[in-house]
Design a protein around this ligand. Structure first.
Ligand code: AMP
Length: 191
């Protein structure tokens, strides 16, 4: 059977992580968050983690080749999976091109990209709220600002990249969590 590979796309704080976890559970897919992979490397103090730590704490983006190299290792370890829910990757056009490059990711086809659309003010207030709960080192007001700016400058162009390839579906991320999940399930059930 063909793998089902979904990219969850949205600003930091759009709810993509929450939804990705629920989707993975409901459909038996593997949730892959590059942010979680980096945090794991950092807590294990690996060379990759040490390299990424400062960039992440400043709200920047880790270089594409490092990020996708780490992702490739992870996917290779879970090659038998029914499919993947990508959360936080790709974040640049270059990353999307690398994911589509069959010499780097043989057999990987992105089935759909689900865009959780949330307004900019809502995004800022959601991540600052999350910062108080999770105490993430990269959730200070300055880094939140940098991450949101990076999202609009570097990640938003992916909307055009995937819509021109007929892969993008947009969902209103301002609705409550249950309604967003129900909209997502309707899309996945047609695939
Ligand atoms: P996240 O948990 O997805 O918000 O990711 C936390 C941080 O990890 C981001 O702010 C980036 O610094 C870094 N990061 C995660 N995914 C990527 C990616 N695909 N490309 C570059 N940096 C990433």
């Amino acid at each position: 059977m063909k793998q089902l590979n979904i990219v969850m796309f949205g600003a930091p704080g759009s709810g993509k992580g929450t939804q990705a976890k629920r989707m993975a559970e409901k459909y038996g897919l593997m949730h892959v968050s590059t942010g979680d992979l980096f945090r794991h490397e950092i807590s294990n103090k690996t060379p990759l983690g040490m390299k990424a730590q400062e960039i992440i704490n400043n709200g920047g983006l880790v270089p594409d080749d490092i990020t996708l190299g780490m992702l490739r290792n992870h996917l290779e370890k879970h090659a038998g999976s029914k499919g993947f829910i990508f959360d936080g990757v790709p974040r640049t056009i270059k990353q999307a091109e690398m994911l589509d490059d069959k010499s780097m990711f043989p057999g990987l086809d992105i089935t759909r990209v689900i865009y959780l659309h949330v307004g900019m003010e809502e995004v800022q207030s959601r991540i600052l709220k999350r910062a108080m709960i999770e105490q993430r080192a990269d959730d200070t007001p300055e880094t939140v600002k940098a991450r949101v700016e990076n999202f609009f400058a570097q990640t938003m162009p992916l909307v055009e990249y995937y819509s021109s390839r007929d892969k993008l579906v947009e969902i209103d991320g301002m609705q409550d969590i249950e309604q967003v999940f129900s909209d997502i399930c309707k899309i996945i059930d047609t695939l």
